[in-house]
Design a protein around this ligand. Structure first.
Ligand SMILES: *Cc1c(COP(=O)(O)O)cnc(C)c1O
Length: 378
């Protein structure tokens, strides 16, 4: 093992810091100016033009017809699922290896997650695992695909682009189309990632991004739903703004909505951040390139983007030979104030999720034992 050498390399690379973080937000553009503008105008909350501006900037960037800004990525997932028609008693296919919010958003709708395996090369939902699962348990009925084992409707499939590495979207779309299951991409980590030269988040029926402080750009806290379906977009906007009907002064609500609209002050920060996104992506790519050369030279697996994709390299990662090597690396780097973190514990190993249907999870377990995030700050 080369832990001492790696520690030296990382310390040298980030020499100005005593505690080397995984990722920090960067503000070097118009962020202050726009945020101050909302304060000076008093429009810091639910009224103001920055939300519209952020929605326009992001939909232009993603090339989706619409974008809806929300208070965080989790609420964006929750509302997107509901707008697709995920309801109490339904099931949603997702991956066992993901951040907890993916699964929580399913439960918030009264539905159950089905945890399927990931691919080793993408670390995201495996189209083949979905195919195998549906061949065994899927049944097409009049109104969609059902799980024969549970007799519940499978009303969505939610892949997640782990650390900004796109899943095999073409193959996944093919399987899901065959079974009539709409895709909601959890692209929370993948703003700026490309699949076949197109931005991820815009391949499924809907996509969701997060603007939390630890993501590639931030609004403090925030999320975004994107879609090319105007009806779904209207529905999401309606649901995130308390389902209030249009009226000059009366309060009339036609269903039970949420107060999930992004405040104007957060959107102002987001507009400033969006202007910097390309620079941030370039800098991430530069760091990934340096890491890649270095780790290649010492024979350690630095995870790189696959052909026909571009990762945003939000969080970069190493893959170790086994759990023992991984654990030693985590211990020795953290002792040296270099922040490194293992990939998530598989969702269904968390107590609230232990009773849901899963498959073999062979690749997820393999990756869980080996993947570590390393400082990706730029
Ligand atoms: C960050 C994240 C979310 C949720 O975003 P928040 O804005 O923190 O609510 C959802 N899914 C994944 C995979 C994430 O990484």
């Amino acid at each position: 093992m080369y832990n001492n050498e790696i520690i030296k390399f990382i310390k040298n690379k980030f020499s100005e810091k005593t505690q080397i973080p995984l990722h920090e937000p960067k503000f070097f553009g118009n962020e202050k100016k726009y945020v101050l503008d909302t304060i000076n105008s008093t429009f810091v909350s639910s009224i103001g033009s920055y939300v519209d501006r952020l929605e326009e900037m992001t939909s232009n960037y993603i090339n989706s017809s619409r974008a809806i800004a929300t208070v965080n990525g989790t609420s964006a997932l929750q509302v997107a699922l509901r707008s697709i028609g995920v309801k109490y008693g339904d099931e949603v296919i997702t991956q066992g290896l993901t951040f907890i919010a993916t699964a929580n958003s399913i439960i918030y709708n009264g539905a159950s997650p089905v945890f399927l395996d990931v691919d080793k090369d993408t670390m995201g939902l495996s189209p083949n695992a979905v195919k195998i699962f549906l061949e065994e348990f899927g049944e097409l009925r009049g109104d969609g695909c059902y799980n024969k084992k549970t007799n519940r409707k499978i009303s969505a499939c939610m892949p997640m682009h782990t650390f900004g590495f796109p899943v095999h979207l073409k193959e996944l779309l093919k399987v899901c189309n065959e079974w009539g299951i709409p895709i909601l991409e959890d692209a929370a980590e993948a703003l700026g990632s490309l699949y076949n030269s197109k931005k991820v988040g815009n391949f499924g029926l809907m996509g969701v991004f997060s603007f939390n402080g630890n993501k590639i750009i931030t609004t403090g806290g925030g999320g975004l739903i994107v879609t090319n379906d105007n009806n779904l977009a209207d529905k999401c906007k309606h649901l995130t703004t308390t389902a209030k009907t249009l009226h000059p002064y009366e309060f009339i609500h036609d269903e039970i909505g949420y107060n999930f609209r992004m405040p104007n002050i957060n959107a102002a920060l987001g507009c400033g951040q969006m202007e910097n996104l390309n620079i941030l992506l370039e800098n991430k790519r530069k760091l990934a390139h340096e890491y890649s050369e270095y780790f290649e030279s010492i024979g350690i697996n630095f995870r790189k983007e696959l052909p026909d994709t571009k990762a945003n390299y939000w969080l970069m990662c190493l893959q170790f030979e086994d759990k023992k090597e991984r654990d030693l690396f985590l211990k020795e780097t953290n002792e040296e104030n270099i922040m490194t973190r293992p990939i998530w514990q598989l969702i269904f190993k968390n107590t609230p999720y232990k009773d849901f249907q899963t498959d073999c999870q062979k690749n997820a377990i393999f990756l869980q034992d080996r993947i570590v995030n390393i400082p990706s700050n730029i």
